[in-house]
Design a protein around this ligand. Structure first.
Ligand code: SAH
Length: 196
């Protein structure tokens, strides 16, 4: 499947019905998701893949479309129901599991692909719990972070190593009251991290 075709399929998926700001529930835009997944595909990293905080399933479903055996972990039951329906619509099999990334046990995962909460809202530690679980679980990690995260990420993942950073535009649609404009484009960093 071509990257553009993947993007078009992901574009048609349903998003959060009732997004919770504290959980930073933003759908990864189809173009960004296709970029991420295609990079993983070209690296041969789409074997057994886990999407941590899978939300409505964009990354997990996309990975499955490119041939991965995909698992999605998500804390929010409503989002998971949408994710299951999205996988059904595109006819792919994904294991969706309800759980908290800080405590769930995951085995035999080769690659984690994730768009974790950035920690921009009051929420939490943001991406730390996600990175920690990803490092515990996988040999290769693809993860999206705020601009300017490089120093933090490089230190946090040691002894694993950041192999690639791609800076990509990320259109944020207005989905919460506190957003002032309809679409605002920010720049995010896509990391490819490898552990020995
Ligand atoms: N990966 C999705 C959604 C990203 S938004 C996509 O690409 O579209 C981040 C997601 O992480 C939200 O769905 C949120 O509910 C989930 N999340 C936040 N904290 C979590 C936790 N501790 N455990 C599992 N999921 C969590």
């Amino acid at each position: 499947m071509k990257k553009k075709q993947l993007e078009i399929l992901l574009e048609g998926l349903e998003g959060f019905r009732d997004p919770v700001p504290e959980r930073e529930q933003y759908v990864t835009p189809a173009r960004v998701a296709a970029e991420m997944l295609y990079l993983a595909y070209l690296h041969g990293d789409l074997g057994v893949v886990c999407d941590l905080g899978c939300g409505t399933g964009t990354l997990a479903v996309g990975a499955a479309l490119l041939g991965a055996r995909a698992i999605g972990v998500e804390i929010d039951a409503g989002a998971l129901a949408v994710a299951r329906s999205n996988a059904g619509k595109l006819g792919v099999d994904v294991d969706f599991v309800r759980g908290d990334v800080s405590s769930i046990g995951l085995r035999e995962i080769e690659t984690v692909i994730m768009n974790p909460p950035f920690g921009a809202q009051r929420a939490s530690q943001g991406d730390r719990a996600f990175l920690k679980k990803a490092l515990e679980t996988a040999k290769v990690i693809y993860s999206l972070h705020n601009r300017g995260s490089e120093g933090f990420i490089r230190r946090f993942v040691e002894p694993c190593v950041v192999q690639e950073i791609h800076r990509i535009p990320f259109p944020l649609k207005r989905c919460f009251e506190f957003h002032k404009s309809d679409v605002r484009t920010i720049e995010v960093e896509l990391y490819r991290i490898e552990c020995q």
